[in-house]
Design a protein around this ligand. Structure first.
Ligand code: ADP
Ligand code: ADP
Length: 230
């Protein structure tokens, strides 16, 4: 069974019907590539998934439990979902502080500083980012900032990572670093939903490809079916 399902998501902005009833099932350890023309509704769908946009109708079911549309950010507030492009690296914080930001002490006690550092270091290694925990984020290159956000997702036990054009604006070699990091995250059990205009990236990354057209799913393919043609 999928761990998260979107059922009949519909959303209009004024008279513009951005989503016309989208169904999407997401399973663990899988990468879903979302493709489609400009204006198809891809970003709106990502925001519905991430709890940033309240759909007009439809529901989200997480592990069999419907999540109220009145409170869609419940998934976010449980730390299930991370949308790096909606967050920013805090430049005046260190790498370590950025990774642990939002990972507040629980009622079980304050996380020990050494445990936080160890978790942060492990996450950096897993995404292939070679920087010191103590350096300020302001000293990082754009590609390193993106890798830092991916490390944060790992360190905070995010279940679903939503990436809207994660390689936008990066030259090919740096895009490759981001793609490699995403592949490593998949191997660590995250579900990844990935919007890209680059068919070659989608083919390289995706277990499933969902085509969105005029606010609806127009085609579903396996990643292998895409790879054959590219
Ligand atoms: P995509 O990501 O596939 O380019 P979007 O989800 O951004 O598509 O947009 C789908 C449609 O909804 C487009 O017609 C777009 O102009 C419209 N739209 C998106 N966001 C807004 C908004 N905040 N206000 C008004 N219209 C919007
Ligand atoms: P700049 O520093 O020029 O504003 P960056 O590429 O460094 O741009 O991005 C700023 C922040 O937004 C960083 O936290 C980066 O991780 C994040 N970010 C920007 N775009 C994306 C994206 N499409 N996917 C993932 N993270 C993104």
């Amino acid at each position: 069974a999928p761990w998260l399902s979107v059922r009949g998501a519909a959303k209009s902005y004024g008279g513009v019907r951005a989503l016309r009833g989208v169904d999407l099932d997401l399973s663990s350890n899988q990468v879903y590539g979302i493709i489609g023309p400009n204006g198809a509704g891809k970003s709106t769908l990502m925001k519905v998934l991430g709890g940033l946009v309240v759909p007009d109708s439809g529901e989200i079911v997480i592990e069999g439990v419907p999540v109220s549309l009145q409170n869609p950010s419940v998934a976010l507030s449980h730390g299930l979902v991370l949308m790096p492009q909606e967050m920013t690296v805090v430049p005046e914080f260190t790498v370590s502080q950025n990774i642990n930001l939002g990972n507040e002490p629980t009622r079980f006690g304050i996380h020990s500083r050494s445990a936080s550092a160890a978790r942060a270091q492990e996450a950096l290694t897993k995404v292939g980012l070679e920087v010191e925990l103590s350096v300020l984020a302001s000293s990082l290159q754009p590609v390193e900032r993106r890798l830092l956000m991916l490390a944060k997702a790992l360190a905070q036990n995010t279940r679903l990572l939503i990436l809207d054009e994660p390689t936008a604006g990066l030259p090919p070699a740096m895009s490759r670093q981001v793609i490699d990091a995403v592949l490593r995250l998949r191997s660590h059990g995250l579900t990844i939903v990935y919007v890209s205009h680059h068919l070659s990236e989608v083919a390289a990354l995706s277990d499933h490809v969902v085509c969105i057209r005029e606010g609806a799913v127009s085609m579903r393919l396996s990643g292998q079916e895409i790879s054959k043609d590219t």
